[in-house]
Write a protein that binds this ligand. Sequence first.
Ligand SMILES: Nc1ncnc2c1ncn2[C@@H]1O[C@H](COP(=O)(O)OP(=O)(O)OP(=O)(O)O)[C@@H](O)[C@H]1O
Ligand SMILES: [Mg+2]
Length: 360
Amino acid sequence: MHLAHLRLRDFRNYARLNADFAPGFHLLLGDNAQGKTNILEAIYLMATLRSFRGVGSAQMIRHGQKGYFVGGKVVGQGEREIKMFWSARERNLTLDGRAVKKLGDFLGTLRTVVFCTEDLQLVKGTGRTRRRFLDLLLTQTQPGYLPLLQRYMQAVRSRNALLKQFAPDPRLLESFSEQLVKLGNELIRHRRELIPKLSPLARLAYRRISNDAEELRINYEPSVKTDFSVELAQVRDRERRFRATLIGPHRDDLQLSFNDKSAAQFGSEGQKRTLAIALKMAQAEYLTGIHGSAPVLLIDDVMGELDAKRRAGLLPLLERARETSGQVFMTCTEENWPRELGRELQRWEVKAGALHGAKS
Ligand SMILES: Nc1ncnc2c1ncn2[C@@H]1O[C@H](COP(=O)(O)OP(=O)(O)OP(=O)(O)O)[C@@H](O)[C@H]1O
Ligand SMILES: [Mg+2]
């Protein structure tokens, strides 16, 4: 799969951009604050309808303008055309010229994996970051997962609203609880099945990047230990006091450890950074295995942070993307781009919201 064309209007610091991209390796070179990351953000947006910077759409509109347009042509098994327009008053998403009604039909048109400095939050941050990682991967691989997740989150919200009332109707609470347990158990099943497949890929990636002897472990840490309805009944009094749904997949986490010691608490900075990259590599490998083609890799500022040895560990992944006619976009400044990547790459110069093809 590759992105063959990207078109931007009033997106971040791009007034307009039209660029054609071949499969293979694209190096986006430029000084700071020129618009390198903005390009990756636009590509990721077409894949997930979110910014990987965790900001809302309003922030992505070019200053002083009313709305942005991001569009692209994706070549995979066929050719698909994505167009999205966003303004405070109007939102429009089309695939091959037709309005997208169900997100499930759209997501998966373009698959990406992003590597960025914020990935460190996968190790250092709260459970929410790790749940999002799992949810994105399951959305990218299981067609029914997103609607299921949305229905579950809606059930949590309705139940919480009821629990906030002075005297919640017990019959209504009972029916919300039933819904919660039914949908929640499905989510738990998906997550439980994913971890044993993801874990070996992450361990292998970790070992490739670092020569550390530590044994990386990834365990699913579900909020529900055995029986959701029984455990929900056990926390009833506490739920009354806290007026919120206290257990369920919305409280799940992933436990990351080295030699059975928490990576967040005991790992070194380098180990944490390597672990975050290993998780992303595992995501990419898993997607490749499931779909038979590599996702588009978006690598932002990551190489510059790694020492030569760790960079060398990342290279096989990039090589593979090239061999399987996948596509990689990597941002760098002139000083820190890894020259060992070789000559088979397309260089682009990014300057003040414009992109110029450069000779490699
Ligand atoms: N909504 C917006 N409208 C106009 N310009 C914006 C908007 N949001 C960000 N910018 C501008 O985009 C530029 C930053 O772009 P980007 O983050 O892509 O830089 P970069 O090339 O990745 O830099 P670095 O090497 O520092 O990471 C800044 O000049 C910033 O002012
Ligand atoms: Mg940047």
